[in-house]
Write a protein that binds this ligand. Structure first.
Ligand code: HEC
Length: 109
C-alpha cells in the first residue's frame, strides 16, 4: 500500500505535535516558577541566596536543581529533618521543573 500525501502529512503533523508535548513538559517555565517560589523563601531567602543554615539555590544549573528536587520528593536524597520533602511533596513534577527554571535564571553571585 502506498501512503497518500495526505496520510504522510497527517503522520508528520502528529509527530510534530508529540514532540511539542514532550518538550513542553520537560522544559521549565521560569515565570510560573516565580509564582511558586513563596514555598521556598522562608528557608532559602527572598533571592534564593540561602544563609548559614540553608544552601544557596540561586544560579545553580537548571537540570541539577530539578534532579535534586525529584530526589528529595522520591526520598532518594535524604535531607535535614525532611524539610525539603515536606515542602515539595504536594508539588507536581512540572512545578519542580518550573521552580528549577526560575532559580537557574537568577544570578547567584
Ligand atoms: C523548611 C525549609 C525549606 C524550604 C521551605 C525549602 N527548602 Fe530547599 N533545602 C532545605 C534544606 C535544609 C536543604 C539542605 C538539604 C540537605 O542536604 O540536608 C535544602 C536543599 C535544597 C536544594 C539542594 C541544593 C544543593 O546545593 O544541592 C534545592 C535545589 C532546594 N533546596 C530547593 C528548594 C526549592 C525550589 C524550594 C521551594 C519549593 C525549597 N527548597 C524550599 C530547606 C528548605
Amino acid at each position: 500500500m502506498k501512503l497518500t500525501l495526505i496520510m504522510k502529512l497527517t503522520v508528520a503533523l502528529l509527530f510534530a505535535l508529540l514532540l511539542t508535548t514532550i518538550t513542553a513538559h520537560a522544559a521549565g517555565d521560569a515565570a510560573r516558577g516565580n509564582e511558586l517560589r513563596h514555598e521556598c523563601i522562608d528557608c532559602h531567602g527572598e533571592d534564593g541566596m540561602g544563609d548559614d543554615e540553608y544552601p544557596k539555590i540561586a544560579g545553580l544549573d537548571e537540570a541539577y536543581i530539578f534532579e535534586q528536587l525529584m530526589a528529595f520528593k522520591t526520598g532518594k536524597r535524604p535531607n535535614r529533618a525532611e524539610m525539603m520533602l515536606w515542602t515539595i511533596e504536594d508539588l507536581e513534577e512540572q512545578d519542580l521543573a518550573d521552580l528549577a527554571a526560575y532559580y537557574a535564571s537568577l544570578n547567584g553571585d
